[in-house]
Write a protein that binds this ligand. Structure first.
Ligand SMILES: [Zn+2]
Length: 327
């Protein structure tokens, strides 16, 4: 007769007890090693018929002294969000991959390992983990040419997206690709020009670098949306399908804990600080009223959410998208 494992153990325990023997129970195995690895950094949602995949490029920390506003207010807002180290405020970077059914469009490409240290530059790994290949990307749309958005388009002087056309507002291309403006830029800003120019070079050589202006729609259901101030040509992209929409807003805001409740607080990276603040304030009014889904480069991963007026009457709350399985 075969005893079930539970009965067998009971019989054994009873027999040992009867025998008056004490047996220490040995651990099943050695202490388990911590794994530390996270899940792959992508998260997917549907906007009508379009599949949108948020791709994590990585994260890090920024110093709150980069924010422009009343320091005491900034510190209290950070503390309210459990950001207790003002020198290391949690920061994140992501891009958004849109499959329209006929075109694969990547909006922003992360830092590509050219800027921000080893905690950034993971967008490509996550694009692959999400089931796509870089050669499948038809179009790269850039919100602007800062290193954490354009850096991922090139590696070792070559195109990372060999079949993609790269498009951005002409005003951004004109500034960041200008050798004259770069030469006059402050020393610590020169790296932004270098990365934009190094990234553009192989696409320009291949005839795949296409600055634009005055376009209403780039591909069906994806329209540029001017969000001026952060850089000269800073532009979001409105994705619309079957009555649903998502605005990829680039760098409309950087620090959720501070700039959602107080959109009038700026950041040093804005090339026209006053315009960036006015743009953010106006856009938040509209997005809260319309309940539009937002894809944000620097809100906590996956950077998908909506804004609503705060109950306090001052500023906004960022309401993150909740995790939903698609099938
Ligand atoms: Zn950015």
């Amino acid at each position: 007769m075969k005893l079930s494992p539970i009965i067998s153990r009971t019989v054994l325990a009873v027999s040992l007890a009867f025998a008056g023997t004490f047996v220490a129970v040995a651990p099943a195995q050695a202490a388990a090693q911590m794994q530390h690895k996270q899940v792959a950094g992508f998260y997917r949602t549907m906007i009508g018929d379009y599949e949108v995949t948020a791709l994590h490029d990585g994260g890090g920390a920024i110093d709150s002294s980069l924010l422009h506003g009343d320091p005491a207010l900034i510190q209290s807002l950070l503390a309210r969000s459990f950001q207790n180290d003002p020198k290391h405020v949690t920061a994140t970077v992501q891009g958004f991959l849109v499959n329209t059914g006929s075109k694969l469009v990547l909006i922003d490409t992360g830092a590509g390992g050219h800027w921000g240290g080893p905690t950034l530059g993971k967008l490509m790994k996550n694009l692959k983990a999400s089931g796509y290949k870089p050669e499948q990307v038809d179009l790269v749309l850039l919100t602007h040419l800062h290193a954490d958005h354009v850096g991922g388009i090139y590696k070792s002087g070559k195109r990372v997206f060999p079949n993609a056309t790269v498009m951005m507002m002409k005003a951004d291309s004109d500034v960041w690709l200008s050798k004259e403006i770069a030469a006059k830029a402050p020393e610590d800003a020169k790296v932004f020009f270098t990365i934009a120019q190094d990234g553009a070079a192989p696409y320009i050589a291949a005839g795949k670098w296409k600055p634009y202006e005055g376009i209403d729609e780039i591909v069906s259901g994806i329209a540029p949306h001017a969000i001026p101030g952060h850089t000269p040509g800073h532009t979001g992209y409105m994705i619309s399908s079957k009555g649903e929409s998502l605005l990829v807003w680039g760098d409309c805001a950087h620090v959720m804990a501070v700039q959602m409740p107080h959109p009038e607080i700026g950041i040093v990276f804005d090339s026209d600080g006053a315009m960036a603040i006015k743009t953010r304030e106006d856009l938040l009014v509209k997005l809260a009223a319309d309940k539009t889904m937002i894809g944000a480069a620097h809100m906590p991963f996956p950077g998908l959410g909506r804004v609503r007026k705060a109950d306090t009457g001052v500023g906004y709350d960022w309401v993150p998208a909740t995790f939903v399985n698609l099938k």
